[in-house]
Design a protein around this ligand. Structure first.
Ligand code: G1P
Length: 298
């Protein structure tokens, strides 16, 4: 029997320099896809998977992120007074239980593994935990982390979300060396962070969802310096390979958007816009117009 996964770590300490100048004054995680901040997508996915405690690893300048999770009684009162029930519901659905969120600072940008390690005292040393990278936004019928929790209940060990990526992009990811391919699940015999082009063990890349055995946190204590001179989460997970717990990759179903890149962010904006009843027709009409203009110009 595996233990229940109830805690998730959200590493959100990054400076978001790819989105300057916007990120001069707003944390990247507050940037909106349609009308919801990036972080809300991650929170909703975690909640659907049964996560009850949310640990944010932050840094200087992330105040707006903390404020976002406060309740807003004055706004709620105003919406109630005006009878704007739908908006009130939207607002209330973002409210978090008191004490469900913890913030911890990463004082130095030493890598993703280090960010996760900063949360160690907030975890139970016997319990598995999830890690969600909010830059990876996944649209799926069944939320990705929930798919993984279900698979985890069968297999245990440590599990990373995985997806095949085009050959020219593999070296920007953590990459899996596959031991046994079971379809949705693969067991892993190696894992390498940002392999040099030409040395990738496969094109099956790690996407930012993890369910990790507490042993991974112990492995992080070694503070091994990895790719780019950073302390890499990938390396601490790779140390689990060959133990009785093991490491698995899970090919989730759903569409992943790389919202750490501008093109990915724009694609996600369009996809989420098109999935909304109140926006679909107008947006689709505009996209059709655009492609007609483009076709005529060719
Ligand atoms: C991080 C991880 C990498 C993973 C990627 C997924 O890299 O280190 O293993 O493949 O997220 O988005 P980053 O994008 O922070 O460079």
């Amino acid at each position: 029997m595996t233990r229940k996964v109830t805690k998730a770590i959200f590493p959100v300490a990054g400076l978001g320099t790819r989105f300057l100048p916007a990120t001069k004054s707003i944390p990247k995680e507050i940037m909106t896809l349609v009308d919801r901040p990036l972080i809300q997508y991650a929170i909703d996915e975690a909640r659907a998977a049964g996560i009850r405690e949310f640990i944010f690893v932050t840094s200087r300048g992330k105040g707006a992120l903390e404020d976002y999770f406060d309740h807003s009684p004055i706004l709620e009162q105003e919406l109630r007074r005006k009878g704007k029930d739908k908006l009130l519901e939207v607002l209330k659905s973002t409210n978090m239980d008191s004490g469900a969120i913890a913030y911890i600072r990463q004082h130095k940008a030493l890598g993703l593994g280090h960010a996760v390690w900063c949360a160690r005292r907030l975890l139970d040393p016997k319990e598995p935990f999830a890690v969600i990278l909010p830059d990876d936004v996944i649209a799926a019928e069944k939320p990705c982390l929930q798919q993984m929790v279900e698979a985890y209940e069968e297999h245990g060990g440590s599990m990373v979300a995985a997806m095949e990526v085009p050959a020219e992009k593999v070296s920007s990811y953590g990459v899996l060396d596959i031991k046994e391919d079971m379809g949705d699940m693969v067991s892993v015999k190696g894992m390498v962070e940002k392999p040099a082009p030409g040395t990738e063990p496969s094109n099956l890349a790690v996407i930012g969802r993890y369910i990790l055995d507490p042993a991974v946190m112990n492995n992080l204590n070694q503070m091994k310096s990895g790719a780019g001179g950073e302390i890499q989460l990938t390396d601490a997970i790779a140390d689990e390979i060959g133990t009785e717990r093991g490491v698995y990759g899970y090919r989730f179903s759903g569409q992943r958007f790389d919202c750490g890149s501008k093109a990915g962010f724009l694609q996600a904006t369009i996809a989420f816009g098109l999935s909304r009843d109140d926006l679909r027709d107008e947006l689709q009409e505009y996209l059709d117009e655009l492609s007609a203009v483009r076709a005529a110009a060719q």
